[in-house]
Write a protein that binds this ligand. Structure first.
Ligand code: HEM
Ligand SMILES: [Cu+2]
Length: 540
């Protein structure tokens, strides 16, 4: 520690200038600083992704070519998908809130491998830069969709090679974060932090970390094979050379379906932190919550071929994968029931974090239930590759994980920056987002049910009304997102002091000053009870 400005250092905690300017940030091994670095990078990509989404919707405001050509449209949805999946929703919650709060939640002063943590951030930035670079080579922007399906991805002259390599690098970032979190939870829990006293957010990050470590290498290998195909013409996926295009789909979804749970589990963890605080009640069914996360991670790894019901699978395979898909619904439903049971007879405060958390339950349930329509082989076939699917996955990923992420921002930014945003503006932005979101994606689901296929810049005239409604919804949603970020940004710089515990939370971060001190806990904490004990309530 240096001797300069002890008072200022205390007040600004880990945000206090370290004297090294920018280098004090981009080479810092402090888990909170790394979390913030991730936050600025990830939010920037998210906003770019939103703008691309709005452009896609603008093109679809009328049939025929409206603002972009067919080829540009293909590039738009590919970039939108790659950015949203690999740069926003997969890393988002673990890299930002996991990094900042996992060590604090278990009473540790940092993650197990701080330098590996910094390397993960650099790999993320490196991967993102390569993805940007892929815009400038070959015959232009990648146009395969975010799934890089063969044979098209091996044949197209657009710059798929660099884009696939970028995602390969991003995979390493994800693996290293997972490794770090697993070791941290096993090795660095403070005295008294038993497995039964872990906050549920930690449990979900822990389950997620195992999926990250076990499944991401498969994506790495799959993308490496695409590179082999493109660069050396290896022929693994090319029937003319004895290869099999369906093999690619299996390999891709063996990672990418579990990745759906990498996206959603940490979001569920945030909701499990927020609901008890704003209902002032102990979480209902702690162990069911903790173990259902593990069950989701496990069962979710066995269902990948439900993306391939129309690819010519055997009837037996279709039956098994359909059945397994329904099995995943059980632990997911346990979570929804337990949140609802926690709310029951609670003393509910509708502050901005809670509004987003409640929206999560609604939107994620819509996403989950429409997922069952897709998981049943019979109903899957007519809606396969339509806008129904696009509506469904936006409900789960955006309505689910996205809203959980926004809930987390409203819940924790006052802790991270020590300042409170304007709550009325936050509520107004939330209302606009909820209305815009449902207008947009429910219209997309309906138009999909009527047969409009996804990934086309054009459509039949009878789909016009629903598409206009969807595009109008996207403007309301976009405006809400913009106001939300402006308010959060303003609040983090200029907002009124938030105090150490604005919401009355009971997990360890609320015992620290806001912003938390650089070294977290001046002396190691000793924990004597679980995380959700409220004084107002008789102890269960
Ligand atoms: C204002 C926000 C957004 C708008 C207006 C929007 C709009 C759209 C539309 C219209 C499509 C379908 C394009 C087509 O199939 O022709 C699409 C695809 C997609 N969106 Fe979004 N979206 C938004 C936010 C998000 C978010 C937050 C995520 C992820 C968390 C996401 C992930 C995806 C993915 C993965 C695809 C599939 C791309 C592909 O087919 O390769 N979007 N989006
Ligand atoms: Cu899936």
């Amino acid at each position: 520690m240096t001797e300069t400005h002890p008072a200022a250092t205390n007040e600004r905690g880990f945000l206090a200038p370290s004297g090294n300017g920018l280098f004090g940030w981009i080479f810092s091994t402090d888990h909170k600083r790394i979390g913030l670095l991730y936050m600025y990078a990830i939010l920037t990509f998210f906003l770019v992704g939103v703008v691309l989404g709005l452009l896609i919707r603008l093109e679809l405001i009328a049939p025929g070519e409206t603002i972009v050509s067919a080829q540009t449209y293909n590039a738009l949805f590919t970039l939108h998908g790659v950015i949203m999946i690999f740069l926003f929703i997969i890393p988002g919650i673990p890299a930002i809130f996991g990094n900042i709060f996992l060590p604090i939640h278990i009473g540790a002063n940092d993650v197990a491998f701080p330098r590996l943590n910094l390397l993960s951030w650099w790999l993320y930035i490196g991967g993102a830069m390569l993805a940007l670079a892929s815009l400038f080579g070959g015959a232009g922007f990648p146009d395969t969709g975010w799934t890089f399906y063969v044979p098209f991805s091996i044949q197209t002259h657009t710059n798929v090679t660099l884009a696939a390599f970028a995602v390969f690098i991003l995979g390493f970032s994800s693996i290293l974060t997972g490794l770090n979190f697993i070791t941290t939870v096993h090795r660095l829990r403070a005295t008294g932090v038993t497995w039964g006293r872990l906050p549920l957010f930690v449990w979900t990050l822990y389950s997620t970390a195992w999926v990250q470590v076990l499944a991401t290498p498969i994506l790495g290998i799959t993308l490496a094979l695409i590179l082999l195909e493109r660069v050396l013409g290896a022929g693994l996926f090319d029937p003319a050379k004895g290869g099999d295009p369906i093999l690619y789909q299996h390999l891709f979804w063996i990672y990418s379906h579990p990745a759906v749970y990498i996206m959603i589990l940490p979001g569920m963890g945030i909701i499990s932190e927020i609901i008890p605080v704003f209902a002032r009640k102990h979480i209902f069914g702690y162990w069911a919550m903790a173990l259902s996360g593990i069950a989701i991670a496990f069962a979710g790894s066995l269902v990948w071929a439900h993306h391939m019901f129309v690819s010519g699978l055997s009837d037996t395979a279709i039956f098994v994968f359909s059945l397994l898909t329904f099995v995943v619904a059980i632990p997911s439903a346990i979570k929804v029931f337990n949140w609802t049971a926690t709310l029951y007879k609670g003393s509910i405060a509708l502050d901005p974090p809670m509004l987003h958390a409640l929206s999560f339950i609604l939107l994620f349930s819509v996403g989950g239930l429409t997922g069952l329509v897709l998981g049943a082989a019979a109903t899957n076939v007519p809606v396969h590759d339509t806008h129904f699917v696009v509506g469904h996955f936006h409900y789960t990923m955006f309505g689910g994980t996205g809203f959980a992420f926004f809930a987390g921002l409203h819940f924790w930014l006052p802790k991270i920056f020590g300042r409170m945003y304007n709550r009325k503006v936050a509520t107004a932005a939330w209302a606009a987002m909820l209305v815009g979101f449902n207008t947009l994606y429910s219209s997309m689901m309906v138009v999909g049910l009527r047969g409009m296929p996804r990934r086309y810049y054009d459509y039949l005239p009878q789909f016009t009304t629903l598409n206009v409604t969807a595009t109008a919804g996207s403007w309301v949603l976009g405006a809400g997102i913009f106001v939300m970020f402006a308010n959060l940004f303003w609040g983090s710089l200029r907002g009124a002091p938030a105090g150490s515990n604005p919401w009355g939370g009971r997990t360890l971060e609320w015992t620290l000053s806001s912003p938390p001190p650089a070294e977290n806990f001046p002396s190691p904490p000793v924990v004597v009870h679980g995380p959700y004990i409220y004084p107002e309530e008789p102890t269960p």
